[in-house]
Write a new protein. Structure first.
Lengths: 157, 570
């Protein structure tokens, strides 16, 4: 299948083009996810081969770190912070509203496939709380309306 | 010899003076700046300058720490005036630049402060008189707001790497260890262990491969000073880590950062590669006999990866769960080699300690905790930001003088200091000194330096639930008292919020907390009960009435439920 061989090629490319001197299971998985935005099961198998480890060992790492995902995400990833500062400044209201507008119960993909909603423990810009981030780009001082605006811009793109 | 470095420095200084004697526009960057749109402002300003003022320099510089004023733009003129604009909007930047650069004076109704010269000339607020600037003593953050973090030359022009150069040519490794010991520098990662003493455990080992690690996992919600230092002045950390390597005769250094934080990650990578290019890293540094390599190691999302032995597991590419100790890292750490590990802030002080001497550093701060604390203020506070204040300042001074007091509300009811494994403090404790020992006596900790402020409407049980939910979510799962204990504590707090509490819940939570303390390998389990324990000291009545079904929640969780990730690590 050409699609599959394309995927394999991308995985191999991600593994081999790691620039840092120390290459490990974790760095390999991060490289694949950076490139493909998820870890396909072929990625697990290739990492095992590449690092000379068992599939089991690779899975143990992949299942541990919460940033890894195993299905393709939506076109954009929306991180919403639920850390204590954002919490005190109204994050729950924002998350609640975002979930309603994306028709989601928890984390996951919107039906149109445009947005993946993720909860984040802290985006690192607490002075600008409440924060959300689109594809790692943080937007500070959010409220229900401003968050809605950002989301609508993405959905109408 | 030091001549190699003197040559590099002379060139950097020449460029720096040139930059300062022309018109220079600086836009504050960093993660917090990005969150307020400062990158858009920078790009727009750059386009305007390219079009109208091609002889004017522009730099995306480090954040000055006054985050409530971001995006911040400042303009230096050849007459020596420097004027600051705050909360700059992308619609007004063109007007500001056109006016200021063509008339050679600031748009006065938009500036918030100026340097001495500008303040005098135009009768505006002197930036050095603003309490949240004047109360600071900037050591690790000395370049904040002034230099481009991605420019090694800026760093060198401001005195950077001269400590390293003088150390490797004029001082012995033992001298550096003794200086750090004498300075009284204590670890800023939370444990407050004397850094020089830690280094002296590693130094004697004759192993050819030894590691010095820098911990920037910084998963603590409410803390952003580690990433803050890396993204705003990465070279102070890189220089500190090289000095750490020299002092302990180590071969390799790692800067350990969580994936996804692109701004600090890219700054660290760029700093390392520039240092290699200048001969400040690699084989025979500056022509000396000392060789040292450094790289960035990225981790996945895991809070426990910030624990020292778990961090080593993560660098080795495994699940970041803590190891049994002993063996201690100085004997057997990363890849079973002797290893030292320090927090970003700890290492970032070292270049200035070596440059100015340990006695100078010791003269700042308190008897038991020398130096400064880099605090991150957030929550219901007027001036949220990152401030480097001398140890010994009271919490109240930090909140009132530096933070400007309450924002959105009548009074400050509660502080969460030092991350979710540390305590809550009530008003009675606000006269506590910021110092490792005084804070821990009050039931909290400086920890990571995060201070989250809650106003009078803050519901303590709801805040505790948020903190314990974090601890539950982040438990690595290795020790069952931590894995299950946090889950149970979260269930109990959830019941309290939903007015379904059982009468013996407080007793139960206490028993769980004490089992976690005695039955967990690392601080995550050992300290996980701290928020509740300290809250019982300051807010017992409120917690007890929640057990009795009296609790008032507002907002989306008005039915008492909280939107939370549901996950336990397998």
């Amino acid at each position: 299948m050409p699609e599959n061989s394309n995927l394999l090629e991308k995985i191999k490319h991600s593994l081999e083009s790691q620039e840092q001197p120390t290459v490990t299971i974790l760095s390999s998985l991060l490289a694949i996810q950076d490139n493909l935005h998820y870890l396909p099961k072929e990625g697990i198998a290739e990492t095992a081969k590449f690092c000379g480890k068992s599939t089991n060992e690779v899975w143990s790492v992949a299942s541990f770190y919460t940033n890894f995902r195993f299905t393709p995400p939506g076109e954009n990833v929306l991180d919403v912070c639920w850390g204590p500062t954002c919490h005190l400044l109204g994050a729950q209201d924002i998350i609640d509203d975002i979930q309603k507008s994306l028709e989601l119960q928890g984390e996951g993909e919107s039906k149109d496939g445009k947005i993946t909603l993720k909860y984040n423990t802290c985006l690192g810009a607490c002075a600008q709380a409440p924060c959300i981030a689109i594809d790692h780009h943080i937007h500070g001082r959010q409220d229900i309306n401003s968050a809605k605006k950002i989301i609508n811009t993405i959905r109408n793109k | 010899m030091t001549e190699v470095f003197e040559k590099i420095k002379a060139k950097a200084l020449e460029d720096w003076y040139k930059l300062n004697s022309n018109k220079w526009v600086r836009v504050g960057g960093g993660t917090s700046g990005q969150a307020m749109g400062s990158y858009e402002i920078f790009n727009k300003a750059k386009n305007i300058l390219d079009k109208n003022f091609s002889d004017v320099n522009i730099s995306l510089v480090s954040a000055i720490g006054l985050m409530y004023l971001e995006p911040i733009v400042d303009i230096t003129l050849p007459d020596g005036t420097r004027t600051y604009y705050g909360n700059v909007d992308s619609t007004e930047i063109e007007n500001i630049l056109n006016f200021h650069l063509s008339k050679n004076k600031p748009l006065l109704d938009r500036v918030f402060a100026g340097n001495d010269k500008a303040a005098k000339l135009w009768d505006i607020q002197n930036i050095n008189d603003m309490p949240n600037i004047s109360r600071q003593i900037k050591i690790a953050t000395r370049n904040f707001g002034d230099t481009d973090p991605l420019s090694i030359d800026h760093y060198i022009a401001r005195g950077g790497y001269s400590a390293l150069s003088s150390a490797i040519f004029e001082k012995t490794p033992e001298f550096i260890v003794d200086e750090v010991k004498n300075s009284g520098l204590r670890g800023r990662g939370g444990a407050a262990f004397p850094a020089g003493v830690k280094w002296s455990f590693l130094a004697p080992s004759k192993e050819p491969v030894k590691y010095v690690l820098c911990n920037c996992e910084e998963g603590d919600p409410g803390a952003f000073n580690d990433k803050g230092i890396i993204e705003n002045d990465p070279h102070t950390l890189v220089e500190g880590l090289i000095l750490n390597g020299y002092a302990t005769n180590s071969s390799n250094g790692y800067i350990f950062i969580r994936q996804g934080h692109e701004i600090p990650i890219n700054a660290a990578k760029k700093a390392i590669s520039d240092a290699y290019e200048k001969g400040l890293l690699g084989k025979n540094i500056l022509g000396s006999n000392f060789s040292f390599d450094m790289e960035v190691s990225l981790t996945g999302d895991s809070y426990v990866a910030g624990e020292e032995t778990a961090l080593m597991e993560a660098i080795e590419g495994k699940r970041s769960t803590p190891r049994y100790k002993p063996p201690f890292p100085a004997a057997q750490g990363l890849w079973k080699k002797p290893t030292n590990i320090n927090n970003v802030k700890t290492l970032s002080y070292v270049p200035e300690i070596i440059r100015k001497g340990s006695d100078w550093f010791k003269s700042i701060g308190t008897e038991t905790t020398s130096g400064t604390a880099i605090v991150c203020l957030s929550g219901h506070i007027k001036f949220p930001g990152m401030y480097e204040i001398p140890m010994g300042m009271t919490i109240r001074e930090v909140l009132e003088d530096v933070g400007g007091g309450i924002f959105k509300g009548k009074s400050i009811k509660v502080l969460q200091a030092g991350g979710p494994l540390n305590g809550l403090l009530g008003e009675e404790a606000f006269d506590t000194m910021i110092d490792f020992d005084a804070m821990s006596a009050a039931g909290a900790s400086i920890g990571s330096g995060g201070i989250i402020v809650g106003n009078e409407k803050t519901n303590i049980v709801d805040l505790l639930r948020n903190l314990i939910a974090f601890n539950q979510f982040e438990s690595c799962g290795k020790c069952f008292p931590c894995r299950l204990g946090n889950t149970h504590m979260l269930e109990i707090l959830d019941r309290m919020c939903q007015k379904k509490s059982n009468p013996n819940d407080l007793d139960l939570i206490q028993r769980i907390g004490s089992s976690m303390k005695s039955g967990s390998l690392c601080g995550h389990g050992q300290l996980g009960y701290n928020p509740i324990l300290s809250a019982m000291k300051y807010f017992r009545e409120e917690i007890e009435s929640a057990v009795n079904g009296k609790i008032n929640l507002t907002g989306a969780n008005r039915d008492g439920k909280m939107i939370l990730p549901t996950r336990t690590r397998p």
